[in-house]
Ligand binder design. Structure first.
Ligand code: PMP
Length: 428
């Protein structure tokens, strides 16, 4: 494939944007080469500035669960835009999407909309601290909850791709309040709670981790966290930025039948526009300003275009829950196909999958936490990434990311992808 125009655009961007990108993983640093500049996208496909067509397995890192330029979303945005793009005043559509979200997600009474997953998680821990009157939080190594200071402590995703899991600029004062546990290891959480009695406000977790590849929670792990939290007056926060409205209508809470105290959303909830949200039962949410003392705000929060996109997306998912089954079936089909062709080619690998999230690790031991994920062979991944790209398949340019399956993918697309994996595997 030719990337002449993408290369030229990247060089131009590098002059005026740090690293040429507005979010680090886009720069292809982990895999080398030139990032692809996208011109447009429709359904399962990206069309780049050089005229290449690519089957997309990133889907804007999750939001485009029904494919690109999904018509109900696009039309809703166009109609809203004609009536004004921001007011900084309440609008009816904010209540409509809030009512719908509250009806779809278990165990929440109220929801507050923000502009990104980062804001959602940042606000959720402030709320947890305000509600409990305690300062410390527990997060898991390799989980990513956005780029706010408290979370840039052994974060996953881009933070680890760039070899800087602990970012300069995060003060030691902030860092000391973030305690690190090991994903899928309940003993590591118990130890932290025992060592910090009555100091821990909350435990925040990706109920299915998606930022060290896809890592499912072990049987009973989330329930054990719930039990621990109840015993120690600690709030359990599910960061469902990836899993919300993706694994089921009610996200991971529904899939695993576990209630969190605060739930964070992003990605799908905005239908591709900048939206995040956090939600909880009344007793917690009523601590938020203007009802309570915990402050949180936003000029563009509840923006009408963003709400229109999100509402159209959630309505579609709510009206046809078979989408989630279909997505899981397509992902399982890929899993089986990948397993066969990778085995045929004697490639050491582990595949993890939950619903429509899947990742391939070039590592033969079970990938259950950050350590085991980081053991994967990055050189093999790089070759695999570029090989797939050459076959017209766009996967995340980092071994620490999940593939996001969209309903726009046809079985012909899936077969093409499996055939590409077979061809590339032969070169690894
Ligand atoms: N939480 C999780 C689980 C995420 O995957 C991400 C982004 N990938 C975030 C939070 C941050 O969301 P955003 O990039 O919208 O700020």
């Amino acid at each position: 494939m030719i990337y002449k125009r993408s290369s030229a655009l990247f060089a131009q961007a590098e002059n005026v944007i740090p690293g040429g990108v507005n979010s680090p993983v886009r720069a292809f640093k982990a895999v080398g080469g030139t990032p692809i500049f996208v011109k447009e996208a429709k359904g399962a496909y990206l069309y780049d500035e050089d005229g290449n067509k690519l089957i997309d397995y990133i889907n804007s890192w999750g939001p485009m669960i029904l494919g690109h330029a999904f018509e109900p979303v696009v039309n809703a945005v166009i109609e809203k835009a004609k009536k004004g793009t921001s007011f900084g005043m309440p609008t009816e559509i904010e209540t409509q999407i809030a009512e719908l979200a509250v009806s779809m997600v278990p165990n929440i009474d109220k929801i507050r909309f923000v502009n990104s997953g980062t804001e959602a998680c940042m606000s959720a821990i402030r709320l947890a601290r305000g509600f409990t009157g305690k300062d410390k939080i527990i997060k898991f190594a390799g989980c990513y909850h956005g780029h706010s200071d408290s979370f840039l402590i052994q974060a996953g995703s881009g933070a680890v791709t760039f070899g800087a899991p602990n970012s300069p600029g995060v003060t030691s004062g902030t860092a000391k309040d973030t305690l690190l546990a090991t994903y899928n290891d309940i003993e590591s959480v118990k130890e932290l709670i025992a060592a910090n009695p009555n100091e821990i406000a909350c435990i925040i977790i990706e109920p299915v981790a998606g930022n060290m590849g896809c890592i499912p929670p072990k049987n009973g792990f989330l329930q054990a966290l719930r039990t621990l939290c109840d015993a120690h007056n600690v709030l359990l926060i599910f960061d469902e930025v990836m899993t919300g409205f993706r694994l089921a209508k009610g996200g991971a809470q529904e899939l695993y039948n576990i209630h969190a105290d605060i739930v964070c959303f992003g990605k799908v909830i905005g239908g591709g526009l900048p939206v995040g949200a956090f939600a909880a039962r009344n007793e917690i949410m009523n601590h938020l300003a203007p009802l309570g003392p915990v402050y949180q705000a936003g000029t563009l929060s509840g923006n009408p275009l963003a709400m229109a996109a999100g509402l159209a997306m959630l309505e579609t998912l709510n009206n046809d829950p078979s989408i989630f089954t279909r997505l899981a079936e397509k992902t399982e089909y890929l899993h089986k196909g990948f397993t066969k062709v990778l085995n045929d080619n004697n490639i050491t690998h582990t595949i993890n999958r939950v619903g429509s999230m899947i990742s391939i690790h070039f590592e033969d031991n079970a990938v259950i936490d950050f350590k085991t994920s980081a053991k994967g062979n990055n050189e093999t991944f790089k070759k695999f990434f570029h090989g797939m790209l050459n076959e017209g398949i766009y996967i995340a340019p980092s071994a620490f990311e999940t593939w996001f399956i969209t309903d726009a993918l046809s079985y012909a697309d899936l077969d093409e992808t499996i055939a590409a994996v077979n061809k590339v595997a032969a070169t690894l």
